[in-house]
Design a protein around this ligand. Structure first.
Ligand SMILES: Cc1cc2nc3c(=O)[nH]c(=O)nc-3n(C[C@H](O)[C@H](O)[C@H](O)COP(=O)(O)OP(=O)(O)OC[C@H]3O[C@@H](n4cnc5c(N)ncnc54)[C@H](O)[C@@H]3O)c2cc1C
Length: 485
C-alpha cells in the first residue's frame, strides 16, 4: 500500500486498519468481491429505476398487495441474509459479525442494510420476550440460511410524527383470546411486505404517553391465510430505493404481545438501539465510499498541470477527512461493542447500558452529520460532474440525508443524549471510560463544560445543546480513536 489514503478503497481493508480482530474475514472478503463484480451494477440500476411498484389486486380483483421489484433486487437482498447478517447474531450470540457485514455491504449499498436492520429488530425482541410458542413458530423462519428466509420490519411512526411516539401512536390493540387485534395506520413502514413486523400500539384503555405503548408481533398473513395488513401505497423516496417504504393499514390485524402490555416502551427503545447502531455503522461506510469515489476521481482529473489530488489544499482535505473518518468509526464501533455487551439485558438496566445509550446517541448523531458533510464534499471534489446523476457522486448525499433523519433525527439524539446524562449520569460513566485514553486536562475541561450545561434552566439547556453535544461527540470519537488497536 502506497499511502494511508489507499485504505479508503475497500471496506475490509479499512476495517482491518482499525480493528484488532475480525471474525469471519473470509465471509467479508467474499461479499466484497461479489459486490465489486456484480452487486454494484445491480445497486446502481435499482437506484436509477426508482420506487418499486405496488400491485394491489390480482387478475380476479383479489387484494394481494404485492411489491414488484427489479428481479435482481432479490439477488442482492438474499445474499446478505445467506452470509449471516441475521442468523449469525442469534446462533453465535454476538452482534459483531452482523455489524461487520453491514459495514462491508453498505459501502456498496447503504439502503440494503435497512431490511437487515429491521429483520434484526424483529428477531431480537422475539428471542428475548416472545413466549416459547411464539419463538418456536416464528424464529426458525427468520433465521433460515437459505433464500426462503423470512424478513422482519419495525413499525412505530404514524401520521402525527415519529419523534413524539407517546402522543402520535393512535393504533389500538384489543385482546382477543390468545392474540390481539390491532387497528390503526402506520405512516412510514420500511421493508413493507415483510412476513413479520414488530408494531407499536396502545392496548385499549392503557395510559396515555409512551408508558401506555406495547409491542406486538404482526405476521403478514392471518391464521386463515388472508392478508393481515394492507399496503396503502409506497413512498417515492430520494434514496434507499433498495428498500420499499410504504404506508400500512391495520384492520383488526392479528398481533401477538411481546413482553408485558405495560412495559412496551422498553422493548421499543431496545429495537431502536439495534437500528441506531446500524445507522451509525452504515453512515461511516457511506462516508468511506463517498471518499473512495472522490479519491479515484481526484487521481485522474488534472488541473494546473497535475492531478487535482496532488494540489496541497485538496490533499490536506483528503488526509484530514481520513483522520476524522477513523475517529467517527471508533465512535460507531464503541457503540457496537457496548451494545454487544448489553443487548440481552432486561429493565432495570445496568450502568453499562446507560453508558451504551449515551454513546449510541453520540454515534447516531455524529456519524450521520459526518456522512452528510462528506457526501457534499465528495460531490464538490467531482466539480460540475458531481451534480450529474450519471456519475453517482450525488447518490451518497441523497442516501446520507435519510440516515440523518430516520431512527430519530439529530435533534432527537441530542435531546435523548441530554436526558440520559441528566437522569442516569451517563456522562460520568463516559468520562471514567475515557480516562484511560484521553489527555487529562482536556478531559477535565470537557467534564466541567458538560456539568455546567446540565445546571442550566431547562429551556436554555435545550436551546444551547447542539454545540455542546457536537463537541462531546468529537471529543469522544477522537479519544476512542487513540485507543491502541
Ligand atoms: C425513508 C424513511 C423510512 C422510514 N421507515 C420507518 C419505519 O420503517 N418504521 C418507523 O417506525 N418509522 C420509519 N420512518 C420514520 C422516521 O423514524 C421518522 O421520520 C423520524 O423519527 C422523524 O419523525 P417525523 O418524520 O414524524 O418528524 P417529526 O417528529 O414530526 O419532527 C419534525 C422535526 O421536528 C424536530 N423535533 C421534534 N421534536 C423536537 C424537540 N423536542 N426539539 C427539537 N426539535 C424537535 C424533529 O427533529 C424534526 O426535525 C422512516 C422515515 C424515513 C424518512
Amino acid at each position: 500500500m502506497k499511502s494511508p489514503l489507499d485504505t479508503l478503497r475497500s471496506p475490509l481493508t479499512f476495517l482491518q486498519s482499525r480493528l484488532e480482530t475480525i471474525p469471519h474475514r473470509d465471509v467479508l472478503g467474499a461479499e466484497e468481491a461479489w459486490w465489486k463484480n456484480e452487486g454494484i451494477a445491480i445497486s446502481n440500476a435499482i437506484d436509477r429505476a426508482g420506487t418499486p411498484w405496488l400491485r394491489m389486486f390480482d387478475r380476479l380483483g383479489k387484494r394481494v398487495d404485492e411489491i414488484l421489484y427489479p428481479r435482481e433486487y432479490q439477488t442482492i437482498l438474499r445474499r446478505g441474509y445467506r452470509a449471516g447478517v441475521i442468523w449469525r447474531a442469534l446462533e453465535e450470540k454476538s452482534l459483531i459479525p452482523t455489524y461487520l457485514l453491514m459495514y462491508d455491504i453498505s459501502f456498496h449499498d447503504p439502503g440494503i442494510c435497512c431490511p437487515y436492520t429491521v429483520s434484526l429488530g424483529t428477531a431480537v425482541p422475539l428471542s428475548k420476550y416472545g413466549s416459547a410458542e411464539l419463538q418456536s413458530r416464528f424464529l426458525p423462519p427468520l433465521t433460515r440460511k437459505d433464500d426462503s428466509v423470512w424478513q422482519g420490519a419495525t413499525w412505530m411512526t404514524e401520521i402525527k410524527g415519529g419523534s413524539d411516539l407517546g402522543a402520535a401512536v393512535e393504533t389500538i390493540a384489543r385482546p382477543a383470546g390468545d392474540r390481539w387485534l390491532l387497528t390503526g395506520e402506520k405512516y412510514f413502514t420500511s421493508n413493507v411486505g415483510a412476513e413479520l413486523a414488530v408494531v407499536a400500539a396502545r392496548p385499549e384503555g392503557a395510559a396515555p404517553g409512551v408508558r401506555g405503548l406495547a409491542l406486538f408481533l404482526v405476521p403478514r398473513y392471518r391464521e386463515d391465510g388472508g392478508l393481515n395488513y394492507f399496503i396503502r401505497r409506497l413512498k417515492d423516496k430520494i434514496a434507499t430505493r433498495s428498500v420499499p417504504t410504504g404506508e400500512v393499514e391495520l384492520k383488526e390485524s392479528e398481533g401477538y404481545l411481546l413482553g408485558s402490555a405495560d412495559a412496551g416502551i422498553y422493548l421499543i427503545l431496545e429495537v431502536l438501539n439495534l437500528s441506531r447502531v446500524a445507522n451509525s455503522v452504515v453512515s461511516v461506510a457511506l462516508a468511506q465510499r463517498a471518499m473512495a469515489d472522490a479519491l479515484s476521481y481526484a487521481e485522474q482529473r488534472a488541473a494546473f498541470g497535475k492531478p487535482i489530488l496532488d494540489h496541497p489544499l485538496l490533499r490536506h482535505q483528503f488526509e484530514n477527512r481520513l483522520h476524522i473518518l477513523q475517529s467517527v468509526f471508533a465512535l460507531a464501533w464503541e457503540s457496537v461493542e457496548l451494545l454487544n455487551e448489553v443487548w440481552m439485558e432486561h429493565a432495570p438496566y445496568s450502568d453499562r447500558y446507560h453508558l451504551f445509550r449515551l454513546v449510541a446517541h453520540l454515534a447516531k448523531y455524529w456519524t450521520a452529520e459526518f456522512a452528510v458533510d462528506t457526501a457534499k464534499w465528495a460531490m464538490e471534489v467531482h466539480g460540475g460532474l458531481g451534480v450529474l446523476a450519471e456519475y453517482g457522486a450525488e447518490r451518497w448525499l441523497r442516501e446520507a440525508m435519510i440516515l440523518a433523519i430516520w431512527e430519530g433525527t439529530s435533534h432527537r439524539q441530542i435531546l435523548d443524549g441530554l436526558e440520559v446524562m441528566e437522569r442516569k449520569q451517563a456522562h460520568k460513566l463516559l468520562f471514567w471510560r475515557l480516562a484511560e485514553i484521553a489527555p487529562s486536562k482536556e478531559l477535565q475541561e470537557m467534564e466541567s463544560e458538560v456539568e455546567q450545561h446540565l445546571k442550566m434552566p431547562t429551556e436554555k439547556r435545550e436551546a444551547l445543546a447542539e454545540p455542546l453535544f457536537r463537541k462531546l461527540a468529537i471529543f469522544t470519537a477522537e479519544s476512542l480513536a487513540r485507543k491502541p488497536k
